[in-house]
Design a protein around this ligand. Structure first.
Ligand code: SAT
Ligand code: MN
Length: 626
């Protein structure tokens, strides 16, 4: 790097600036950078602009560090293997801090009696001090200006993330709108979320690195200061803990903002469904992580003439527009989906998309420079495989060569079936909201609720098994846990207030969307999947949309579920015995059931971190002038 300029910080002296110039930024942004640089003492500052040149440059840094493998069979596709301890979001390290009783979120889990981890502001101060002081010593502090939603959009949120991970910068560029124009949008008067991330390995480091991946998982902390619009993340480089525009900002901070302003920030895909007559409807699909949102969004309907298009695969901001209806906008710029959830035969368009400009984490790779995770993938005779931990793998090995939470990052616009309104600042009007639980046992395939209040109450009672995305260690059988609205790891404030807010948002809408509940994952008593999932899910969606049309007095209506189905629906509340019969949807069950469960297996247990006193290889060093 060439030093471009210097940034004078009182008490510290001048820090070299490798790119950009802080003096052009609004005073409050300069103050934010200076204050945090004083705390974390980086060797240099790099102000990002989101360009392709920047991405290439930082990819070069990752290559030098030895963390990235270029998959030569494709164009600009790279694979990163992490330290095996740092491969999922960590709920137990995630905290909410609030100055009042508001954020104390109780009820639900029998042993812990808590849905969210709360940390007192004073305790947080101490916890931050022991982690962040001088945590960027010897490293570059990247300053990322970004917007969730289109830059300067009426409902968008501006933010600035600081990080010492070039991997995070490259990912943020795909997942959010990183651009210098965000500085103008913030200007002198606008607000921005302050996001501070560090991998937590100042130099010199005595850590023995695995896969050359820098992290300090034993000290991991992801803390949200709601009132300050601020997030502090330490110790992990994995996406869910470090791409702070995603869950931290667009769900936790945003849902808190939404409560004050009358809207909802939810863990849901936003999809367009077009029927064979050309009638288009917009729906949200709410589900826990690993609940199949992305795989469903990518599926190709098995009934001819139906089409699914994506506006977003993970996050929906839902608000009432001037016409009184509820609209959903998807604030993300990219998708961070579970790679092994994709099957080349079932998701050909999505697989094609991964062949250009994609970033993978913890999949396996082949000797011919391809990505690999087995699920429906074939190997030629000569191809050998290195698994997600870099070890040789053969098809005789039963364990999956990819981590079950292996992910791909891609730009929204690269997906062939992206909806033209994916980038709309306002979003699309909703016809239906679909809540998915992920359960092997008695939850029915599909339940229609009578009205908003009933739909929301049932959504609040969702229970699901843990999936790879959650980083939970429990076995699937014991890990059936409450996951209201599929939002459990993302709830930011008192649950009673959250539930009331949901009820209020729908009650104030002129014509709230109809709410349905589905479970694609039910198994028979001998462990076989009862529903084929994937493209066959369109059968349930067709029925749902017909029910919505029926309510609007439109033609093509479907008949209501029978009385016994309603009994089944009410039997899913946590207090009830889970032994209700499935609803009768005979006309939709006339499909072939595959022998394999379409869902991904739950994650393998994580192991505790390992530190040894040996200097890290100098190959990991970032060359910083001065
Ligand atoms: O790991 S992430 O939180 O980024 C993705 C997910 O769990 O949905
Ligand atoms: Mn998610």
């Amino acid at each position: 790097y060439r030093v471009k300029t210097e940034f004078e910080i009182s008490g510290v002296g001048s820090i070299p600036v490798l790119k950009g110039d802080p003096k052009w930024l609004a005073e409050k942004v300069q103050c934010f950078i200076a204050e945090k640089a004083r705390l974390m003492t980086p060797a240099a500052i790099y102000i990002c602009n989101g360009s392709i040149f920047e991405a290439d440059e930082l990819l070069g840094v990752l290559k030098k560090q030895g963390v990235v493998e270029t998959l030569t069979a494709y164009r600009n596709v790279h694979l990163v293997r992490t330290d095996p301890e740092d491969m999922a979001r960590v709920e137990k390290a995630t905290y909410i801090t609030h100055n009042s009783i508001e954020a104390i979120v109780s009820g639900g889990e029998s042993s812990k009696s808590q849905l969210v981890n709360y940390m007192h502001p004073t305790t947080l101060e101490t916890e931050l001090d022991v982690r962040f002081q001088e945590c960027m010593r010897g490293r570059v502090m990247y300053v990322i200006p970004f917007s969730m939603g289109p830059v300067s959009g009426e409902n968008s949120m501006n933010a600035v993330q600081l990080t010492d991970s070039p991997y995070v910068v490259i990912n943020m560029r795909m997942m959010t709108r990183v651009s210098s124009s965000v500085w103008d949008s913030i200007g002198d008067s606008g607000s921005f979320a302050r996001l501070i991330h560090s991998i937590g390995v100042p130099r010199p480091s005595f850590r023995v690195l695995k896969q050359n991946w820098l992290c300090a998982v034993e000290k991991m902390l992801i803390a949200h200061r709601l009132e300050e619009n601020e997030v502090w993340s330490f110790g992990s480089g994995y996406g869910g803990n470090s791409l702070l525009g995603k869950k931290a900002l667009s769900l936790r901070l945003a849902s808190w903002k939404g409560r004050k302003e009358g809207w909802l920030a939810e863990h849901a895909a936003v999809l367009s469904i077009t029927d064979p007559s050309g009638r288009e409807s917009f729906i949200t699909v709410h589900a826990p992580s690993g609940g199949g949102k992305t795989a469903f969004a990518f599926s190709e309907p098995t009934i001819p003439g139906w089409k699914i298009k994506i506006l977003g695969d993970d996050i929906a901001w839902i608000r009432q527009e001037k016409d009184g209806r509820l609209y959903a906008m998807a604030p993300e710029n990219g998708m961070f989906g579970i790679a092994p959830g994709l099957d080349p035969k079932k998701h050909p368009a999505a697989m094609k998309m991964l062949e250009q400009d994609a970033l993978l984490v913890n999949t396996a790779s082949t000797s011919t420079g391809k990505m690999f995770w087995r699920n429906g993938m074939e190997l030629s005779e000569k191809e050998t495989v290195r698994d997600w931990q870099g070890l040789e793998w053969t098809s005789a090995v039963t364990q999956s060569p990819a981590h079950p939470n292996a992910r791909f990052t891609v730009f929204m616009e690269k997906y062939p079936n992206v909806h033209p309104l994916w980038d709309s600042p306002k979003g699309v009007p909703l016809t239906a909201m679909i809540f998915c639980s992920r359960r092997d046992d008695a939850y029915p395939l599909c339940v229609e609720t009578d009205d908003w209040d009933e739909g929301v109450t049932m959504a609040a009672a969702i229970r699901a098994v843990a999936s790879a995305g959650s980083g939970r260690k429990d076995s699937p059988a014991s890990s059936l846990h409450n996951d209201p609205m599929g939002m459990r790891p993302f709830l930011a404030y008192n649950f009673a207030h959250y539930l009331k807010h949901w009820i209020d948002v729908g009650r104030s809408a002129t014509k709230p969307p109809k709410i349905f509940h589905v479970n694609w994952f039910r198994k028979s008593s001998d462990g076989k999947a009862l529903w084929p999932g994937y493209g066959e899910n369109i059968r349930v969606i067709e029925w749902i949309l017909k029910r919505c049309a029926a309510q609007n007095g439109q033609p093509g209506q479907a008949t209501a579920l029978s009385g016994s189905d309603i009994t089944a629906a009410t039997a899913i509340a946590p207090a009830a015995t889970d032994s209700a019969p499935a609803p009768v949807m005979k006309e939709y069950l006339d499909v072939t059931i595959p022998t394999e469960n379409p869902s991904c297996p739950p994650t393998a247990a994580t192991k505790s971190a390992q530190i040894k006193t040996k200097p890290c290889a100098s190959g990991n060093a970032l060359k910083v002038p001065g």
